[in-house]
Design a protein around this ligand. Structure first.
Ligand code: NAD
Length: 442
């Protein structure tokens, strides 16, 4: 089922261990790029007609239009199970509490008397929000995309999610209902790379966006990498990963359940346990043997994900070595299930999100912790953050200098411009002072 990787023997602590030994999916986003390139070009040139063809090809459904009619969104909310509605409302409420606190205020710094630099935070005008819906459907990802965008003040929001054959070619009704709960009325039935291309290039039905965010499978990640620049992207949030750093104090049944919970997303999902405890490793293996085959999505997702080369139990000498391993791995989700978990968590440098102690499982963060579940994968957590209000803002520097403040620094600007052999730069300042450089005798 799940393999073991033995990193004991000092190599981790002295920093010489081979990082290629860490479990990671053979996720060839570069190879996927070549497959999504023609799809994106086709959407660029044929717009809606191409989206309709790809709905047929990849989602197995014939659709006549890609934009979802407002009545369908309203109907989905009217027909939503009250318990699901209450859970979504609680998820939205908690996400708002957290994301509202992430709003930034403009800051003005007085550099010299009469010379200020202000950083002004301005939301992106229009964003496309991708909500996955291939193997599983993710109304929770509507919440995780829309709440930070709204809290950032984005004025134009459009959601896209794959058309579902079981629902007449519309996105899943719970996704539509979540959009309605959040006041989003612009929704498209498009999935995969073609949805990212729709937002990047625009179509007859959909105005282009400046930024696209949201998680997805390898095709979505590849399209984001391909179209980055044409459109802004958040991090590459691809197939889910969970790493658990645990010692003897962890409950093996809980650790196994948490590993399975993320393996449930995708056969390419990664589940990794890092532990110095041989006894815990053995007990988790036993739990996985019992729990995994009994889970609903065992055959198509969980068992292949656990058996894949992206999943493993990694044995280390001690917790310090475990921390070095999880930092090198830079997991999307990292659980700390050790004695004094808060102190251990405080030492983590690389992770999309950290879940501390026995009562903060990743599933809580997937739905109702208040944190965001759109998080960087594939090691990107060493340089990128999860989705937040900040993802939807740009900081604009506003430079405001008086005549005296400019005069005071002109000789330095002219000197630096000449050092770079860009004399016209200096001349732009000299022209303002009758070509005589203030503060210089000649
Ligand atoms: P998806 O919506 O990402 O992808 C479905 C689409 O993929 C289809 O509509 C189709 O257009 C396209 N597709 C399928 N096969 C294709 C092919 N051969 N060539 C080109 N395109 C093809 O839904 P999914 O597949 O269920 O994947 C969701 C992913 O999102 C999972 O991997 C899950 O782990 C991940 N996820 C990640 C995060 C995160 O923050 N990192 C959060 C939630 C979900």
């Amino acid at each position: 089922m799940i393999s073991r990787i033995d990193l004991r023997g000092g190599a981790v602590t002295d920093g010489t261990f081979d990082r290629d030994l860490l479990p990671r999916a053979e996720l060839d986003v570069e190879a996927a790029l070549e497959k999504v390139r023609p799809i994106c070009e086709d959407v660029h040139h044929r717009g809606t007609a191409a989206l309709i063809d790809y709905a047929e090809k990849f989602d197995g459904v014939t659709i006549e239009r890609v934009r979802v009619a407002p009545e369908a969104i309203e109907r989905a909310l009217a027909e939503l199970d009250p318990a699901v509605r209450a859970a979504l409302e609680e998820s939205i409420r908690r996400a708002r509490i957290v994301h509202r606190e992430q709003r930034r205020t403009d800051t003005t710094v007085t550099v010299v008397p009469g010379g200020t630099v202000t950083e002004r935070w301005v939301p992106v005008e229009r964003v496309g929000l991708y909500v996955p819906g291939g193997r599983a459907v993710y109304p929770s990802s509507v919440v995780m995309n829309v709440v930070p965008a709204q809290e950032a003040g984005v004025s134009s929001l459009a959601v896209s999610s794959p058309p579902q054959a079981d629902f007449g070619g519309l996105p899943h009704p719970t996704i539509l209902a979540a959009c309605a709960l959040l006041g989003v009325d612009e929704v498209y039935a498009a999935g995969g790379a073609q949805a990212i291309a729709m937002f990047a290039y625009g179509t007859e039905e959909c105005r282009p966006a400046q930024l696209v965010t949201g998680p997805g499978n390898i095709w979505v990640a590849a399209a984001k990498r391909l179209l980055k620049g044409r459109i802004g992207i958040d991090a590459e949030a691809g197939p889910t990963e969970i790493a658990v750093l645990a010692d003897d104090t962890a409950d093996p049944a809980h650790v196994a359940a948490d590993l399975i919970s993320q393996a449930e997303h995708d056969p390419l999902a990664a589940a990794v346990l890092v532990t110095p405890s041989e006894a815990l490793a053995a007990a988790v293996e036993e739990e996985l043997k019992v729990q995994a085959p009994a889970a609903k999505h065992a055959e198509e997702r969980i068992l292949p994900a656990l058996a894949g080369r992206q999943s493993a139990i990694v044995l280390v000498d001690d917790l310090d070595a475990g921390l070095a391993v999880v930092d090198a791995y830079a997991a999307e989700h990292l659980e700390i299930q050790t004695a004094d978990a808060s102190a251990v968590a405080a030492r983590v440098r690389n992770a999309g999100a950290v879940f501390v102690g026995p009562y903060a499982p990743v599933s809580l963060g997937d739905y109702c912790a208040g944190s965001n579940h759109v998080l960087p994968t594939g090691g990107c957590a060493c340089h990128s953050s999860g989705l937040s209000v900040q993802s939807f803002l740009r900081g604009i520097h506003v430079v405001d200098y008086s005549r005296d403040a400019l005069a005071e620094v002109t000789h330095h600007v002219v000197t630096l411009a000449e050092a770079e052999d860009l004399p016209a730069h200096g001349a732009a300042l000299k022209a303002r002072f009758g070509w005589k450089v203030p503060g210089q005798s000649k």
